[in-house]
Design a protein around this ligand. Structure first.
Ligand code: BG6
Length: 488
């Protein structure tokens, strides 16, 4: 792997502490970082290198996946870190930064390969990329790459404007838009489950599949993010990015090769084939919910509107359910249902594929009922694949019952999403990053929904914390003769 300098904007922030430093450290222990590298942390605060290095060490002790610390590993890792105070709007600060970066490159005798990581508030994304370019930081003799966190825009127009500005400083191939769902092992595995298993691949179409259900439910509420979340809602926070990414991974056609270009092209094509949902029809296909007070995990929790920082009349969505159609022959007539919400009774991210129950009539002749076969791909909190089949139940007079073929990965100490994604970006592999084409199509689809919410055309349904969301989300499936599977 190429030697490089990792330039981190937002080095004193929460994400850096919880995810980025631990990810780099674990990559270092796995010998997945280049032989020579340096990390330059940037933040508004004035910190010396030693204090900064101490903070990094502290974050590893608190959040690293590996909890055993060999002093020589630790000091070799920490000694690569430097800190430069920087006001992101001040061009002089970028020139000072450039001097530090060049000095480190000379000290280590490494090429001018530079990875810029923006772990800062989105309003600074364009200013920073512009300054990287103008200061000369981005015009070294090696490669440059940009890792950028979500949210990528607030709606279609702001996303397009942001991309326009970024593209003045970075080529699309140099931009790595993080969607941490794409770093989850089971999301990545969707590709292999379908394309590495001809048995499943053969069933992956409307002849066999009745519907697909994608759920991401969380037990947490708004937490300390009122300012951000009340302006975003579940539709921007989860649906536009994570949920549509899972949809693309689940519904894409077979790529001709397994490389970033081909896979991302197949994913793009899923979104390009999503049937438009005009604003006037949003209310018929989308459920918008907000949690009321209730009990989650045995604890009483307040209503969203009573959370600190949230207005008493907020209409923000903490839950969204949607019915989508993919206008491709393979998926004709197969509804895809997506739902995501906060303060649901259980944390679960999963894809449930319901197959057509064509055996029903045969077994009815013996007064037995078969249930539809289900393929359940659990993305989190555990990684698991189960197949629900019908079989004779020896404990019940040989009557037909459910037989569960269950594979549960014991993934207690595998690389975290951030580790995988940072490693990929360092290697220049963009397969599991969101391409602009995907992001733009996702915003295009979501835009009428945002407007319909904004204009209050979709009734806000309240659901008690600890439930499975509003009943309207059940009706969405019932309208097509289906139900959500595996709700607790
Ligand atoms: C983040 C959202 O992107 O994903 C959060 O901003 C959400 O609101 C989180 O809680 C969920 O991620 P995970 O990995 O816990 O499913």
């Amino acid at each position: 792997m190429d030697s490089m300098t990792f330039v981190l904007f937002g080095a004193t922030g929460d994400l850096a502490k919880r995810k980025i430093y631990p990810a780099l450290y674990n990559l270092f222990l796995d010998r997945k970082l280049p032989q020579s590298f340096s990390v330059i942390g940037l933040g508004r605060r004035a910190l010396g290198d030693e204090v900064f290095q101490g903070n990094v060490e502290q974050s590893l002790r608190e959040f690293s996946r590996r909890s055993v610390f060999d002093p020589s590993d630790l000091s070799a890792f920490i000694s690569a870190f430097r800190y430069v105070p920087l006001d992101v709007t001040n061009p002089d600060d970028y020139r000072k930064l450039l001097q530090v970066v060049e000095k480190r490159e000379q000290e280590l005798n490494i090429p001018q390969n530079r990875m810029f990581y923006l772990s800062v508030a989105p309003e600074f994304f364009d200013t920073i990329s512009l300054n990287i370019n103008e200061s000369g930081l981005g015009t070294g003799s090696g490669w440059k790459r940009l890792i950028i966190e979500k949210p990528f825009g607030h709606d279609l127009q702001s996303a397009q404007e942001l991309n326009e500005k970024l593209s003045k400083a970075f080529q699309e191939e140099e931009i790595y838009r993080i969607d941490h769902y794409l770093g989850k092992p089971m999301v990545q595995n969707l590709e292999a489950l379908v394309f590495a298993n001809p048995v499943i691949g053969a069933l992956w179409n409307n002849r066999h599949i009745a519907n697909v259900q994608i759920t991401a439910s969380e037990t947490v509420g708004v937490e300390e993010r009122a300012g951000y979340y009340d302006q975003s809602g579940a539709i921007r926070d989860m649906f536009q990015n994570h949920m549509l990414q899972v949809l693309m991974m689940a519904a894409m056609n077979r790529p001709s090769r397994l490389n970033a270009t081909e896979i991302r092209e197949q994913k793009r094509s899923v979104l390009a084939s999503l049937r438009d949902l005009p604003k006037s029809e949003v209310a018929g296909s989308i459920v918008r919910g907000q949690y009321g007070a209730g009990v989650v995990g045995g604890k009483e929790v307040p209503a969203y509107r009573d959370e600190p920082g949230i207005g008493a009349s907020s209409l923000n969505d903490t839950f969204v359910a949607a019915r989508l159609w993919i206008d491709e022959p393979q998926w004709e007539g197969v509804p895809f249902y997506i739902r995501t919400g906060k303060r649901i009774g259980a944390k679960s991210t999963r894809v449930v594929v319901e197959f057509k129950n064509t055996a029903r009539d045969l077994y009815m002749t013996r007064n037995e009922s078969t249930t539809p076969n289900l393929l359940v791909i659990e993305i989190g909190p555990n990684e698991r694949v189960s197949f629900f089949l019908n079989g004779k139940d020896a404990l019940n007079d040989g009557q037909i019952g459910t037989l569960n073929v269950d594979y549960s990965a014991n993934l207690s100490n595998v690389p975290e999403a951030y580790e995988r994604l940072i490693h990929d970006a360092l290697r220049g592999d963009s397969t599991f990053f969101a391409h602009w084409n995907e992001v733009e199509l996702a915003w295009k689809w979501v835009q009428p929904v945002l407007e319909a919410f904004q204009e209050n055309q979709v009734p806000l349904q309240f659901y008690p914390a600890g439930s499975n969301g509003p009943e309207a989300a059940d009706k969405l499936l019932a309208e097509n003769g289906f139900k959500w599977w595996l709700d607790e």
